[in-house]
Design a protein around this ligand. Structure first.
Ligand code: A3D
Length: 319
């Protein structure tokens, strides 16, 4: 029997997710949105492309949680995106309310699903989602690290003229301005990036600029688009996580997961490398951090904790 993926939120990312999932033939898709027409219209539009593109999955749109029942995977993008000049944190109040409704909806209908949250501010929203829904922590994860790492790798590839496939790296921590590019784990064609800097093939100044551009990668796109934020790369990253779970790929990918002692961090969601397989988060991989990376990672965790404290003030139920 075909697997079932429900997309909560049928906006820019939701629609792109549906299209990518259909093109890959990964699963049947239910698009859910409070604006039912958008969900139904996008499902029908993508379904009508199946004779041309040659895929064979079922696509439907709805605003009724009953139709999402027994989903294998749920990807959540319900919420509002940034406008130019806004930080992700500015979205907290409104998206927290939305995520509470979503948690209510999915916990009754798909208690066994693998749930991937994309709504911002990511780390705090995914933590709130887990608390509101009560779903197991190893089955509730956030998408950010794959996207941030992908942006970093793309910028490096452009600068060094090396194919993206030959670059390995992780961007970890919270999905905000404090995210941390792990230079110690960054390899270009098998070579440590800091060796390239030592050999003069990449200046420290250029590397610093790329790290900074990565941190501001989302804002750069918000500024261009003027209305809304990035959606192609975020959707591709969400699909990668869903595929890892559904196909039991056990790939090492950076995701926002619940940390309980790992990386010296207690009871908070943040981005670290994990193994995703058919059991959800199967392992949290602990990288060796340099002094500098440790300091930056701790700063990033502090920023997530402060934002979660702000969330608790908005909704004391979150304690
Ligand atoms: P957008 O195109 O506005 O789509 C959001 C959809 O959510 C709209 O169609 C709304 O009708 C719908 N919605 C609102 N409330 C509810 C509800 N209660 N239940 C169901 N649906 C609802 O936004 P988008 O797709 O561009 O972005 C979605 C979210 O992803 C935003 O919060 C962005 O900030 C976030 N985002 C995160 C990343 C990460 O890397 C983590 C990247 C890009 C965007």
């Amino acid at each position: 029997m075909k697997k079932k993926i429900t997309l909560i939120g049928a906006g820019q990312i939701g629609g792109t997710l549906a299209h990518l999932i259909a093109l890959k033939g990964l699963a049947d898709v239910v698009l859910f949105d409070v604006a039912a027409g958008i969900a139904k219209g996008k499902a029908l539009d993508i379904a009508q492309s199946s004779p041309v593109s040659g895929f064979n999955v079922n696509l439907t749109g709805t605003d009724n949680y009953e139709d999402t029942k027994n989903s294998d995977v749920i990807i959540i993008t319900a919420g509002v995106p940034r406008k130019p000049g806004m930080t992700r944190d500015d979205l907290l109040g409104i998206n927290l309310k939305i995520i509470k409704q979503v948690a209510e909806g999915i916990k009754k209908t798909s208690p066994n699903a693998f749930v991937i949250c994309i709504t911002n501010p990511l780390d705090v929203i995914v933590m709130a989602l887990q608390k509101y829904s009560g779903l197991p922590k190893n089955k509730v994860v956030g998408m950010a690290g794959i996207l941030d790492s992908s942006r970093f790798i793309y910028f490096l590839s452009e600068e060094l003229r090396v194919p993206v496939q030959k670059i390995k790296s992780f961007v970890l921590g919270g999905h905000g301005d404090s995210m941390v590019a792990m230079l110690g784990s960054t390899e270009i064609e098998g070579k440590k990036i800091m060796d390239l800097v030592r050999e003069g093939k990449l200046t420290q100044e250029k590397l610093d600029k790329i790290v900074d551009r990565t941190k501001k990668g989302g804002a750069e796109i918000v500024k261009y688009l003027e209305k809304g934020s990035a959606f192609y790369a975020p959707a591709a990253s969400g699909v990668e996580m869903a595929e890892c779970y559904l196909s039991d790929l056990k790939k090492k990918i950076p995701c926002a997961v619940h940390l309980n002692g790992e990386y010296g961090t207690q009871n908070i969601y943040a981005g670290v490398p994990v193994i995703i397989g058919s059991k959800g988060v199967e392992k949290i991989v602990e990288l060796e951090l340099s002094k500098e990376e440790r300091k930056n990672f701790d700063n990033s965790i502090k920023a997530v904790k402060e934002l979660f404290d702000a969330a608790k003030k908005i909704d004391p139920e979150l304690v």
